[in-house]
Design a protein. Structure first.
Length: 182
């Protein structure tokens, strides 16, 4: 709880508020699951789809779920653009603890993809067992790939975990997205 208090972010404040409402038994289980290396390693997804977005939540175990989201938005005007955003979120008792996001915005002309004009990656982490940061991000003409490094803050989680997350799209607004553990 002290670690969350010291984060000074909206996500940490929301996690702390939700955590404080749990029963003592659920708080104990919550903290055990934060340190569950295999649960964080299982934060993965391989998806593909069309012009509409995607949302699916799958259970990992009785208390952990993994939400997979893809949002597709378009802008109009002289330089129409499409943004594809891919997020994978791990929750414990429906409280978000780790969320990885990548996005790519690209322009199209006459039904062909012209170029990626904006891309990036961000992590929202309220899991005090890991320090997660991007170790690299690369834009291509179709999307973005980010490398994540989760360094343990507590000995119980074992060694570090590296992940790769990507999203790519075409002018016809088909997309492929993935988050894998290396």
């Amino acid at each position: 709880m002290a670690w969350l208090n010291n984060q000074h972010t909206d996500a940490a404040a929301a996690t702390l508020k939700a955590f404080s409402k749990l029963s003592n038994l659920r708080k104990y289980i919550f903290l055990q699951q934060l340190q569950n290396r295999s649960a964080y390693a299982a934060l993965q997804a391989q998806l593909k789809g069309g012009p509409k977005g995607f949302h699916k939540t799958v259970p990992y175990n009785k208390v952990i779920s993994i939400a997979r989201d893809v949002a597709v938005t378009k802008t109009r005007g002289k330089k129409p653009a499409t943004t594809v955003t891919f997020t994978v979120t791990q929750t414990i008792y429906n409280i978000p603890v780790t969320s990885h996001t990548v996005w790519a915005t690209y322009q199209t002309a006459k039904g062909k993809q012209v170029k990626v004009t904006d891309s990036g990656a961000r992590v929202t982490n309220t899991n005090g067992a890991y320090a997660i940061k991007a170790t690299g991000s690369e834009s291509t003409h179709t999307g973005v790939t980010a490398q994540w490094h989760a360094a343990p803050r507590v000995a119980s989680v074992g060694k570090a975990i590296d992940k790769q997350q990507s999203v790519a799209a075409t002018a016809s607004v088909t997309w492929k997205a993935g988050l894998t553990t290396n």
